[in-house]
Design a protein. Sequence first.
Lengths: 158, 372
Amino acid sequence: MSRLTDIPVRIEPSARIEMPAVVGGLGGGVAAILSELVTLLERLANGEAPGAIDLRSLPMSPLDRAELQRVLGDGEVQATVNAQGLSKMRETGVSGVWWIEHFDQQGELIAELIEVSRVPQILSSASDEIAAGARALRAQIATAAAPPVRGGIHVPHP
Amino acid sequence: MSPTHEQLNVGESLRIHGISRRGFIKFCTATASAMALPPWMGVAMAEQLRHAPRPSVIYLSFQECTGCFESLTRSFAPTIESLIFNVISLDYDDTLMAAAGDAAEAALTKAMKDNFGKYVLVIDGSVPTGAGGAYCTSGGRSAVDTLREAAKGAAAIVCVGTCSAFGGIPFADPNPTSAWPVTAIVGDKPIINVSGCPPIPEVITGTLLQFVSTGQVPDLDEHRRPKAFFGNTIHDRCYRRPFYDEGKFAKSFDDEGARNGWCLYELGCKGPTTYNACATIKWNGGTSFPIESGHGCLGCSEPGFWDKGSFYAAQSSAEWGKGGAPSPRRALEVGGAAVVAGAVLGVGSAGVSRLRQHRSEQDAADRDKKEG
């Protein structure tokens, strides 16, 4: 047992006890989503793969949506990705539960999901791009009068 | 030597066009969401495709109006759907390509030879067979001959639009050019029908993306349409459905019911028997769909839609008639084997519709029983 992840961690079912109290009086749809989130969170805590719930595929009334947002609350982290339109994501009050909205360039919502992960997949950098970044930087260092880089594009000196 | 544009993989092609990995993940996530795929599939599709060579697509236009192609290319640019052109290598398309004449024909021959067995063949338009195929020729060859040859090396055929899927308007009575859908000509290839007049751009893109990322033909209905987009009727998902259930109908286009947004069934809406995604994905970047603009559904994604009586007669009278035989028309069976029935009474498709209607009524009754 040489690594931290090798230590078997299992969330005891007692963690669920709070949920029914919170869920009490909620619409069936919201209660079902919360229950699925609990399952996904437990899996993630046990070292299994992240998961997600597609909110657009669920018939939710605006009231249900507001209720779901109220129960999950607000967390500390908010992030914005600007790629083919904005993507907004924020960690809810429940650690590991991220509310993600993808907009197109016209500002239309094109996908909305709740992701259960340590950090949203779209935020983390990809291995091949990290390697490419290292190569690009090395080349910059090698060039004595390295031109400034803006957004990865070489900008010639005026 | 740096690779030519044709040799770039999907990720490199996207990067050249200023589309980052994250932008692509977003596109795939939106597509997966529209197709009701598991939400994690979006990221998986993006990562899978990013490192793959761009799949070759050959787009052939036959007896058509170019409306389907317009739907795909002229939607609110720059849309996320337009990314599909960076994902695929569109090796032949007579509407978009700069080449003309012999050079264009040579491009088609080369694309078919270089990618034999691997390319996706997209067909837009019906295939006229009358007068030896003379009603639609290009480069001195008839559409039917071109289709037969291009189909040989195709991994799959995607029929975009009701004309290539079901014959569409050229096929409508009296069908002067003896037009047929692709399924009547090609029998030995996987065929995916993306019907609609035109189809929704997101549906065309989603179907192509799903096929090129997984290499699998999606689950299809009995008309070979992807169930992800054609699994529900317009009526099933219509926001005016509660009025239908309450028995509130508009009786004319300017009455109180119409102004109150009541159900358009009695004004001829074909929503109850039309399978498509207009009510959920909508049109023009999600702006609206015909019923939202106050007009009933024409049923354009269904076989024989042009010959099903008046667009403005309620289905109960227009679809299968009251107390008389339905009006003679050409009907088509495209499910299962690629066999086309000739001129027959339109009872085939009406029967299917009625069966589906019966099934959905049965489902509703079962639901009520469970809930009650």
